[in-house]
Design a protein around this ligand. Structure first.
Ligand code: C2E
Ligand code: CA
Ligand code: CA
Ligand code: CA
Length: 273
């Protein structure tokens, strides 16, 4: 407000400078993070609760910062997107995650898939299709084991480039999931035009399970069924949530009830032995 004294104004602006300094520092550190091997991939199981088996994992990025410790993606993905670093980081996680899953297959473990998150920038700033295709070739992984997760904010853009790239990826045999489904600003019309395989129910609907949340969850499950799409629920933490989804024929689930995201070795330890 206008009543702020010179002193408190000074205080505020210093605060702001500090914050700016912090984010510039983080940004500079992020430039080095990839080459200094500070980025780590955690994997979270995607469980088929009908067969009680692991069918896939979602690759989730972590940054093991030399001074700050483990930083969550919510803190640095936005910086990576603003700076364009997400393009190289995204290519890295795609390749590493594919290599990991391929290694598990080669070791005779179950033929699980891996879901990789993509941001809009990766569509706009790189030849995403050739990157994905090359990675799969180099790693020797069949496209059917990779799922790409996109959010609705990408769908909203609906540019020719994005649509064309999605069609090319689908043409390779890769399935595409809409992440955080139901939280975006897009209309549902895109579901009939875009090559989408899976709706991923956002954890906000699963967690509280108010009357309204339950109604929305029901609707998404029915929508998926009627459109012949797969459906997976994320953020499943409680037995009641498992039972609710199961009773509605939504069997694919992901969440702390089954497992937190963890390093590859722990996935193998817990699920493949
Ligand atoms: P997301 O793709 O929606 O991922 C799900 C988030 O929910 C993950 O947070 C996961 O750890 C968390 N989660 C899983 N189960 C539960 C649960 O039962 N309860 C609760 N409360 N949370 C659960 P995380 O790992 O912190 O990732 C946050 C977001 O960062 C992701 O949301 C995704 O949007 C982004 N992200 C992570 N890795 C990548 C990446 O490689 N590329 C891009 N572009 N974005 C990424
Ligand atoms: Ca995701
Ligand atoms: Ca999500
Ligand atoms: Ca999210």
């Amino acid at each position: 407000s206008k009543e702020i004294s010179g002193n408190s104004y000074h205080f505020f602006s210093e605060e702001m400078d500090n914050r700016t300094f912090e984010s510039i520092k983080l940004e500079n550190d992020l430039y080095k993070a990839l080459e200094q091997n500070e980025l780590v991939i955690f994997y979270q199981p995607q469980i088929n609760s009908k067969t009680n088996s692991i069918e896939g994992v979602e690759a989730l990025l972590r940054w093991n910062h030399p001074e700050k410790g483990m930083i969550s993606p919510d803190k640095f993905i936005p910086i990576a997107e603003e700076t364009g670093l997400i393009v190289s980081i995204g290519e890295w996680i795609l390749k590493e995650a594919c290599k990991q899953v391929k290694a598990w297959h080669d070791q005779g473990y179950p033929l699980i898939s891996v879901s990789v998150n993509l941001s809009v920038r990766q569509f706009e700033q790189s030849n995403l299709f050739s990157i994905v295709k090359n990675v799969l070739n180099e790693v020797g992984l069949s496209p059917k084991y990779i799922h790409l997760e996109l959010t609705e904010n990408l769908i909203v853009k609906n540019t020719e480039l994005i649509v064309e790239t999605m069609k090319q990826l689908k043409g390779l045999g890769i399935s595409i999931a809409i992440d955080d489904f139901g939280t975006g600003y897009s209309s549902l019309g895109y579901l009939k035009n875009l090559p989408i395989s899976t709706l991923k129910i956002d954890k906000s609907f699963i967690q509280d399970m108010t009357k309204d949340d339950a109604a929305i969850t029901n609707t998404i499950i029915t929508l998926a069924k009627n459109l012949n799409l797969n459906v997976i629920a994320e953020g499943v933490e409680k037995k009641e949530q498992v039972d609710f989804l199961y009773a509605r024929d939504c069997y694919m689930m992901q969440g702390y009830f089954f497992s937190r995201p963890m390093i590859a070795e722990d996935i193998a330890q817990k699920y493949f032995y």
